[in-house]
Design a protein around this ligand. Sequence first.
Ligand code: UVW
Length: 332
Amino acid sequence: MSAASSGPGLPTYAQLQQRPDDVRGTAWGLFGWDDQLGSLNHLTAARVVAAARLVTAGHRVNLNLSLSAFSEPLIAHRGNPVHEVFGLNEFHRDDRVDSFYPQASTQIDSLRHFAHPDRGFYNGADPADIVAGKGSLGIQHVAASGIAGRGVLLDVSGYRKFCGRPVDHHTNEQIGVEDLVATARWQNVVLEPGDIVLLRFGWTEHFVVDANPYEGLSVGLEQSEKMAAWLWDSQFALVAADNVALEAWPSDRSGLPTVHAEATGALPHSSHTGMLHRILIPLLGIYIGELWDLEELSQRCRDIGRFEFLVTAEPLNLLGGVGSPANALAIL
Ligand code: UVW
C-alpha cells in the first residue's frame, strides 16, 4: 500500500478550527474517511525518491534501543520482555518472548493509541473496533505501507548547550516552537513537508548512556496549540524524539484547551490530562515516535556536517497493534 498524495490543498491548523462542528479542529476526512495513515500520507513517492538521494556516505545507523533497555520500567506497567531460548534438540534453538509491551522501548504509536475524550478516535473510528483482533487504526497499516523518507535531526540539546541554556533533565521543561525553529536555523537545515523529524533532547544520553537515575521527569515538546499548529502546518510525516513521551512528561495541565468531559467531572483527571497526544494522534492523525536512540546519529551528523538523511522504519505487522518497536534505520 502506498500513501495518497498530500499537498498544498490541506487547510492550515487555523482553518481546521473553522471546519463544521462535527469535524472542527480535526483533520478527519481530509485524507479520506477510511484513511489509516494520517500524516504518513505526506510520504509521497517523489519524496521517498528524493530522500534516497541523500545516501552518499553509506553509513547505516541503528535508531533503536534494546527491547529491554530499562530494567525499571519508565511507565509502570510496561516491564521488560521475558525472553526464553529453548531447543527441540541439542543442535537447535528457538525462542519465545512473554510479557512483551511494544511501547516499552523505542516505538511508534499507531493512531489507535489515543482518543480525544470529547471527540473520539481519528476519523471518528468506532471504539468497539479498537480492540485486539480488529484492524481499525492498527499499526499493521503502517507495516503494510512502510516508512521511508527524508529524516532531519534537530539536536535541541546541542543547540541549547551552544546557547548557554543546557537542557536540565531534572525537569519536565516544555520545549517551544521557538527552540525547534532556532535549532534548525543553527544547523542550517530547512524543514520540508514530508520530513521525518527526529528531536534529540539529550534524554537518551543522560538516562541511558550516562545511566543517571530516571526521576519520572522528561523534557519534551510544549503542550500548546502553537506546537500542534506548527507540527500540522509543517506537514511532517512523523515526529519522533529520544525521550519518554515526545512531549514533556508529566504534562502541564494548563497549556491546551479544556477537555469538556474532564471539566464536567464525567472523566476524572489523569496522567493523560493536558497531553499533546490527545490533539496530535486522534484529531490530527500525526504519527509520533518515542525513545528513539539518536546518539550515534547525532555524532555522525556532526562529523559530516549534515543533518538530513534517509530514514526507514518498519513496525511490526501486528493486527490491531497500538504501538510497535520502531525498527528504524538512518542511512547517510
Ligand atoms: C505516555 O503516556 C507517557 O506516553 P506513551 O503512552 O505514548 O508512551
